[in-house]
Design a protein around this ligand. Structure first.
Ligand code: NAP
Length: 290
């Protein structure tokens, strides 16, 4: 059988860690496949996806910034979507069938959930959860957690984005289960009532970044999940460790969203230990995991 081609489409994609993790999985399972980078501008996305349907030259894709919403809109017209990506309104995984038909999925929420439960050992069902940020990642997490937690509170410096999250997804939550915190001064009192703090902002991606919240707000026993994955310790995670909270950065989410995509494409159980090792090696090479 010819080599199967997979890849990630976005702009920019050059720094993506997905090739390291996915190619390690293909190699380990002796699947004749290669995962590539596809740098595609927003203007060219439609043509790129049309070409895949006609040429059937690619078997599966990850979709990243800035194309996740546009890809969902494309698949609504010219393909199909699973229920979660349809409701969320964003696609990060596309499966291409033999006849060239395309189907969209979103594995960000499932990836976060699996890492939360397996890596951080935090079961969100019936718990109170605080999410800082209301961008793409926060939306995926909030929608995937759905009705499981007792409550989800969201704060974003961009009040419009937080309002949009509530107006788009509020209908899927019972009254009082999805709360928008509108005043930064209320973060402290809100956090005191929560069991888990999730950083879904980019604060922490640069080595010199401060923590997105004052360390005085972190109490012993609080669970902290920092979505930032490009370094072993962010200031938030350092502060949380010092306060005897349970904290992790987002490498596990990256791993498990990729593992879920792999399973969708190949139907095979993803070799997560191999994929995790490949991710860590790629980050170490970049000097990120010191
Ligand atoms: P995004 O769409 O830009 O959303 C981030 C939101 O946070 C923006 O609305 C931003 O507002 C807001 N914000 C920034 N600083 C804030 C602060 N101090 N307090 C409150 N809100 C603040 O970004 P995203 O795509 O959702 O990604 C968020 C983070 O998650 C990034 O670090 C990304 O790398 C990470 N991520 C990780 C994974 C993983 O697998 N581990 C997957 C997806 C994303 P402004 O735009 O006004 O600044």
């Amino acid at each position: 059988m010819d080599k199967q081609i997979y890849g990630i489409v976005g702009s920019p994609v050059e720094h993506s860690l997905s090739p390291a993790m996915q190619n390690a999985a293909f190699y380990h399972l002796k699947i004749n496949a290669e995962y590539r980078l596809f740098e595609v501008s927003a203007d060219d996305l439609e043509r790129f996806l049309d070409n895949i349907r006609l040429e059937k030259n690619i078997s599966g894709l990850n979709v990243t910034i800035p194309h996740k919403i546009k890809a969902k809109e494309y698949l609504e017209r010219k393909g199909s979507l699973d229920e979660h990506s349809l409701v969320l309104g964003a696609v990060n995984t596309i499966k291409v069938s033999g006849d060239g038909s395309l189907r969209g999925f979103n594995t960000d929420g499932p990836g976060f959930y699996r890492s939360l439960v397996e890596d951080l050992k935090f079961e969100p069902e019936g718990r109170n959860i605080f999410v800082l940020g209301a961008g793409g990642a926060a939306k995926a997490i909030v929608m995937y957690l759905g009705a499981g937690p007792k409550s989800i509170s969201v704060f974003d410096v961009d009040k419009k984005k937080a309002g949009e999250l509530k107006s788009h997804y509020g209908k899927y939550f019972d009254e009082g289960k999805l709360n928008i915190i509108s005043d930064a001064r209320e973060i402290g009192s809100a956090l005191a009532k929560n069991d888990l703090f999730v950083n879904a902002t980019p604060v922490g991606m640069n080595e010199s970044d401060p923590s997105p919240i004052p360390k005085s707000l972190i109490r012993p026993g609080l669970a902290v999940y920092d979505l930032v994955y490009n370094r072993a310790y962010t200031q938030l995670v350092k502060d949380a460790n010092a306060a005897k909270a349970h904290a992790l950065t987002g490498l596990g989410m990256l791993l498990y969203q990729g593992a879920a995509s792999f399973e969708i494409w190949t139907g095979e159980l993803p070799p997560v230990a191999v994929m995790r090792r490949a991710l860590k090696e790629a980050l170490t090479k970049r000097g990120a995991l010191r």
